[in-house]
Design a protein around this ligand. Structure first.
Ligand code: ARG
Length: 561
């Protein structure tokens, strides 16, 4: 039952829609005030009355019933107490009935959402900077699917540009097939770094590289074969990480895929009179919008990142007919997205409004500058492995007899990396700290996982009751149920705001409330059978909700810890 909706239906404010009322109704900070509250401040201007008077008047108009047990007006707030027994019953029944569908909906049915995320660069390190786009995108992918949308995950590979000519040049000069096969991305990156070092002394290498890139573009067999080899090696390497993080894509159409799809865009821009020449290049002037020009073609006629993105957006619209197309990319690229979204709009593409840049902040490591020194990048794989190792040490210390310690350490370690990137509002820069993400009693994934293990162990001992009745309820129990009841709204909000952190916060909040309940109320040794059964059911519902939340974030939950 949606109590907010129920309450909104009961209130009548002239000139304010039920939807607006629904949005305004909030959860008050403490139970004494009520279970839901409507702030009346926004209506003051409209009704030409003080918020206090409005709240008083509305109070007089609303009768209590089997759902609403009390209405009060305090300082401009209209507070509602709801019938706790009914609320608790309905919430637990819903969770235990819907199980792993609790929080899901079909609001997105018939709508497709393209999500461009992770979007790695071929032959370049998959480093800590790619963590956020990968796990944020992965979470959004699952969240939208959960809400009935058809999510299309796209890895817009950076597989186009002179760097591939450089790689071929370097490989031909210094490369060794076996070394590259074995070393994957790291070996390719070493070649690339070597090329740059050597080219400082031998500028002619740069010309050679350009020539090789041209050959790739012209379809030269040998160069193309090398290019595909680099690409396959990179994808194979990266797949290991995607498997660990439970990341999936429906398409790997990268930048080179659009090589033959840009001409129509350029033609259309020219036809519509949007292209102008500027220092030999073809650009779209964006001064009117306070932006630097969007460069479409360089003076030598070659395309740019933006040109390929415009072709990609058009292709996606034609192929998927998306409702929205998201780009999960760092805020450093804000201008790029603003520019090409605007150019598409100027071309008269009405769907340009459905392109969304989901920007996020930077991730750096606590040990900081040392790791970012030239040629010394922090590979994401190393960060994940280090977290797993640390998790193993902690688990081994706390519970040496645990079975499958390595499996548990993997779930804990990988979870810590994902959660570390997802817990904060996405636009914030984060400093990744191994110790912080692995704290057992902080706002961490391992805290949530540990809570789940605790709940699972209680259920194993007590068993899940066939049915239950509502006993006299404690504040701890009500608080926990209220937190659980917010899950469907939380998932919806996370999708609307592109903010998986809301789900991460839900999980921590529920865990804290469960632990309070666990320590203050006896479950297995409850005073009577009725109370015990209810508490077991509440424990089962909590575990279910936490599992659903973590599944959306891509974090596993060990059975035992
Ligand atoms: N490969 C790019 C980078 O690493 C990100 C691509 C993002 N997606 C896009 N359609 N531009 O910076």
């Amino acid at each position: 039952m949606d109590y907010k909706k129920y309450i909104a239906e009961k209130i009548n404010v002239e000139g304010v829609s039920k939807e607006e009322l629904y949005e305004l109704i909030a959860l008050p900070p403490n139970l004494e005030m009520g279970d839901y509250a409507l702030p009346c401040f926004k209506f003051a201007k409209l009704l030409r009355k003080s918020p206090v008077m409005i709240a008083e008047q509305l109070k007089g108009e609303i009768a209590t019933d089997e759902v609403i047990s009390e209405v009060s007006a305090v300082n401009g707030y209209l507070n509602f107490k709801i019938n706790k027994d009914g609320f608790v019953r309905a919430t637990l029944d819903k969770i235990l009935l819907e199980k792993d569908k609790f929080g899901a909906s079909n609001e997105g049915n018939g709508k497709t959402i393209c999500i461009d995320y992770s979007s790695i660069n071929i032959a370049k390190p998959f480093h800590i900077g790619h963590l956020s786009t990968t796990v944020l995108g992965g979470a959004l992918y699952r969240i939208f699917n959960y809400l009935g949308y058809k999510a299309v995950g796209i890895n817009h590979l950076g597989d186009y540009g002179t760097q591939f000519g450089k790689l071929i040049s370097a490989y031909k000069r210094w490369g060794d097939k076996d070394v590259i096969e074995q070393g994957g991305i790291r070996a390719l990156n070493e070649l690339y770094v070597k090329f740059h070092r050597e080219a400082e002394e031998h500028p002619e290498y740069e010309d050679e590289a350009r020539a090789y890139f041209k050959k790739i573009e012209q379809g030269d067999e040998e160069c193309l074969a090398l290019f595909h080899w680099f690409k396959d090696l990179t994808l194979k390497d990266v797949q290991k990480i995607y498997d660990m993080l439970d990341i999936r894509f429906d398409s790997y159409a990268g930048e080179s895929f659009y090589s033959d799809k840009m001409q129509p865009i350029v033609d259309e821009l020219r036809e519509k009179g949007l292209l102008i020449e500027s220092r030999g290049a073809q650009v779209v002037d964006l001064e009117e919008y306070g932006m630097s020009p969007c460069i479409i073609l360089k003076s030598d006629g070659s395309s740019l990142y933006a040109t390929r993105d415009m072709a990609a957006a058009t292709y996606r619209k034609n192929t998927y007919d998306f409702y929205k197309c998201l780009y999960v990319v760092a805020y450093q690229q804000n201008l790029h997205f603003k520019q090409f979204f605007k150019v598409l709009e100027m071309m008269g593409k009405d769907w340009a409004k459905d392109l969304v840049h989901v920007a996020y902040g930077m991730v750096s490591l606590e040990e900081g500058t040392m790791s970012t020194r030239k040629g010394n990048v922090v590979f994401l794989e190393d960060v994940i492995n280090k977290c797993i190792e640390k998790a193993y040490t902690i688990i081994d210390e706390k519970n040496p007899d645990l079975e499958n310690k390595m499996d548990v350490a993997k779930k804990v370690g990988v979870g810590a990396v994902i959660f570390g990137a997802l817990y904060n509002n996405k636009i914030k820069d984060i400093v990744f700290s191994y110790d912080k993400v692995l704290t057992f009693d902080g706002e961490t994934s391992v805290y949530v996982q540990y809570t789940c293990a605790r709940a699972a162990s209680v259920l194993q001992k007590g068993g899940m009751p066939e049915s239950f009745e509502i006993p006299s309820l404690s504040a701890q129990e009500i608080e926990l149920v209220k937190a659980l009841a917010t899950f469907p709204e939380t998932v919806k909000g996370a999708a609307e705001k592109y903010e998986p952190s809301m789900i991460a916060r839900f999980a921590v909040d529920v865990s804290q409330k469960f632990n309070k309940f666990y320590f203050d109320c006896k479950i297995l040794a409850a005073e009577d059978e009725k109370t015990k059964n209810f508490r077991l059911a509440l424990t089962g519902a909590t575990l279910q909700a936490l599992k659903n939340a973590f599944a959306l974030l891509g974090i596993g939950i060990p059975d035992k810890m």
